[in-house]
Ligand binder design. Structure first.
Ligand SMILES: [Zn+2]
Ligand SMILES: [Zn+2]
Length: 392
C-alpha cells in the first residue's frame, strides 16, 4: 500500500547494512547511512543521541500529537553462515537479530511518510537506536537521557521485530506483558582444596556448586507462583585444576527472566538465600552478585487495539494475529515503554514453504529473514503512525 514504491531501495539499504554489520556502540557507518537518507528526505536530523543514535523529525503541515517509530541498528559477535551474496564483510560480526531489516524498513517508512507530509496532523519522530544487544546497559537509556522523548514530547512509540516463529504476511500483536526482564547472576563458591583421595580434609567447591545449581531450580517451582513465568538458567560453570584435586573455587553465571516486575524484585533475595544456604550446609560459602538488566516489556493496551486495526487496514484481515503468549527474550525497547505508551509488534519473516519450527531463529548464525516481510513491516509502521495521529 505505502511501501511498494520504496521496496527496491529498502532492500538495497538492508543488504548494504547487512554486509557491513557493526557491534553495539560501534554503529558509526550505519548511523552515517541513516543520517544521509533522512537529510535527503528533508527531515530535521539529530545525530549522536545517546552514542551513535540518530533521530529524524518530520513535522506535518497540520498541528497535532507526536508519534515515534523506533528501529535498532547494532549487530552481534557471530560468524555468519547464511551463504547469502550480501553476507557480512566483517569477520566475526553479523546481523543475526535482524536489526539491519528494522533500520531499512524504518527508512522506508520515513520515505513514505515524508511524501504525505501535507496531510499529516502532528509530527513523526524516527528513532534509530544503537546498542540494543548491550544488556544490561542497552542503547535506549542513553537516548532517553539525551532527550529523545522530548521537544517535541513523544506521545506514543511503535516498533517491530522480525519474528521467525511467524510466516511472512503475519504481524503478531500482544497486549500487556510481551517480553521478559533479563537479569544476570554471578556466583562464586568458595571451599577448601585437598587431595582428591582425602575429601575429609577439604570442602569440595564442586560438590557444593552442583547442589547450588540443583537447589536453585526449586526457586522457580516452589517460590514463584505457578501463574507467573520465570526462568533461571545457569549457563557457565568454571572450576577445578586437575582430575585428582578437590577445588576451592567454582564460578557460575546465569540468566534470570521474569515477566512480572514484582517477581523480578524477589529474585535476588531468593537466589542469594538459596545459594548461600546450600553452600554453607556443605562447609563452603557463596558470593552472589545480581545485575538487573532490561525491564519487562509491557505493551500498551490502547495502542495494541489501534495497531491491530491498522494492520488489518494496511495489510489485510488475515495479517493480524493476536499473540496469546509472551516471549521470555528481552528487548531494550522496554526502557521506552516505561516512559511512554508503547507497542512492539512481531513481524513474521519465515517464507512460504519453510516450516516456522525449522527456520533458523534470532541470534542463529544462519538467521536470514525473508525480505518479503518488508512490505508488511513498512505498511504497519506507516499506518499505525497515521492512525495514532488521527485518533481523538
Ligand atoms: Zn537480539
Ligand atoms: Zn533484536
Amino acid at each position: 500500500m505505502y511501501a511498494e514504491k520504496f521496496l527496491p531501495q529498502v532492500i538495497s539499504w538492508r543488504r548494504d547494512i547487512h554486509a557491513h554489520p557493526e557491534l553495539s556502540q560501534h554503529e558509526e557507518r550505519t548511523a552515517a547511512l541513516v543520517v544521509n537518507v533522512l537529510e535527503g528526505l528533508g527531515l530535521d536530523v539529530r545525530r549522536s543521541v545517546g552514542g551513535f543514535g540518530v533521530v529524524g523529525l518530520l513535522r506535518g503541515n497540520e498541528p497535532g500529537k507526536t508519534v515515534a517509530l523506533r528501529a535498532d541498528m547494532d549487530a552481534l559477535p557471530l560468524n555468519e553462515e547464511t551463504g547469502v551474496a550480501f553476507a557480512s564483510e566483517n569477520p566475526g560480526v553479523m546481523h543475526a537479530c535482524g536489526h539491519d531489516t528494522h533500520t531499512a524498513m524504518l527508512l522506508g517508512a520515513a520515505s513514505a511518510l515524508s511524501e504525505m507530509r501535507g496531510k499529516i496532523h502532528g509530527s513523526v519522530k524516527f528513532i534509530f537506536q544503537p546498542a540494543e544487544e548491550l544488556n544490561p546497559t542497552g542503547g535506549a537509556p542513553g537516548m532517553i537521557r539525551d532527550g529523545v522523548l522530548d521537544s517535541p514530547n513523544v506521545d506514543a512509540l511503535f516498533a517491530l521485530h522480525v519474528w521467525p516463529l511467524y510466516e511472512t504476511g503475519k504481524i503478531a500483536i500482544r497486549s500487556g506483558s510481551c517480553m521478559a526482564a533479563s537479569d544476570r547472576v554471578y556466583m562464586t563458591v568458595h571451599g577448601k582444596t585437598a587431595h582428591g583421595s582425602r575429601p575429609d580434609q577439604g570442602n569440595d567447591a564442586i560438590v557444593a556448586a552442583a547442589n547450588v545449581i540443583t537447589g536453585l531450580q526449586a526457586i522457580i517451582s516452589r517460590s514463584v507462583s505457578p501463574l507467573d513465568s520465570a526462568v533461571l538458567t545457569i549457563g557457565t560453570i568454571h572450576g577445578g585444576y586437575r582430575y585428582n584435586v578437590i577445588p576451592d573455587t567454582v564460578k557460575l553465571e546465569g540468566t534470570v527472566r521474569t515477566l512480572n516486575p514484582a517477581v523480578q524484585d524477589r529474585m535476588p533475595g531468593l537466589i542469594s538465600r538459596t545459594a548461600k544456604g546450600i553452600a554453607e550446609a556443605l562447609g563452603c560459602s557463596c558470593d552472589v552478585e545480581y545485575v538487573k538488566g532490561y525491564p519487562p516489556l509491557v505493551n500498551d493496551a490502547g495502542l495494541s487495539a489501534l495497531a491491530a486495526e491498522s494492520v488489518r487496514k494496511a495489510c489485510g484481515d488475515d495479517a493480524a494475529i493476536l499473540a496469546d503468549e509472551p516471549d521470555l527474550a528481552a528487548e531494550d525497547f522496554a526502557f521506552f515503554a516505561r516512559e511512554r505508551p508503547a507497542l512492539m509488534a512481531w513481524l513474521g519473516c519465515t517464507p512460504e514453504g519453510v516450516s516456522v519450527m525449522d527456520a533458523p531463529k534470532l541470534h542463529n548464525t544462519k538467521f536470514c529473514p525473508d525480505e518479503g516481510c518488508f512490505v508488511y513491516g513498512i505498511d504497519y509502521l506507516v499506518q499505525s503512525a497515521i492512525d495514532f495521529l488521527n485518533a481523538e
